[in-house]
Every structure is written in C-alpha cells, then in structure tokens.
Design a binder for this molecule. Structure first.
Ligand SMILES: [Zn+2]
Length: 120
C-alpha cells in the first residue's frame, strides 16, 4: 500500500486557483522571468490601441522613475511594465524613440495616486 490511508478520500476544491492572464513571459533558465519590450508599442502598457503615441517623447527617465516607484510601493498594475523596462536605461529608450500613450503617462505620473499608495 502506498501513502497514508484515508478513511475518507480528501476532497479537492474545484478549481479555486485561476491562472493569471499574463502568460506572455519567457521563463529562462534559473527561473528568471524576462519580458520583451516592444519599442514600437507604448512602453507603459505595451498594448496596441487606437490612441496615438506621444510624438516627441522626452521624459523617458521620468517614466522609468515613476514606474519603478509604483512597483516599489506595491502597485502591481505596473509590475509587468517594470519587468520589461528594468535594465533598460532612459538613454536607450530615447535612442530607440520609445514612446507611450499620453493617457498612460498621465496615469503613471499621477502623483496624488502615488501619494495614496505610499501612505498605505
Ligand atoms: Zn499605453
């Protein structure tokens, strides 16, 4: 006989665990998660949308800083963006003409929200 004897078979909860929708990760050896950054897309949300990207973006450093801050304070909305952006310098982004949606920038740079997150 294998394993302990259960007088009643254990009842497994029926699929309480949901797989997250963010499945476009590449799991590398050593368990490192790496996400490709698509420079042609908005670097904040990385999604294609009807909205135009900012034409002459100059605040790459600001965007990076804001995203890092957000993630540091537990705003997981931006953890995906950070996975793609960490390790990439603002100079690199500028050189690649990386851009973003105006709305995404406004969201990430929303200091009131950031303040609330910090106060939590
Ligand atoms: Zn966006």
């Amino acid at each position: 006989m294998i394993g302990p004897h259960f007088s009643n078979p254990p009842v497994w909860p029926v699929s309480t665990k949901r797989v997250s929708s963010s499945e476009n990760f590449v799991m590398e050896e050593g368990g490192q998660i790496k996400k490709t950054l698509y420079y042609s897309l908005c670097i904040i949300c990385q999604t294609e949308s009807e909205e135009d990207l900012v034409k002459n973006p100059i605040s790459h450093k600001t965007v990076l800083n804001f995203i890092e801050e957000r993630v540091k304070y537990g705003d997981w909305q931006y953890s995906e963006a950070w996975k793609s952006l960490s390790g990439i310098s603002s100079d690199q982004l500028a050189a690649s003409k990386a851009s973003w949606h105006r709305k995404c920038y406004q969201d990430v740079a929303h200091t009131e929200k950031l303040k609330r997150i910090k106060e939590r």
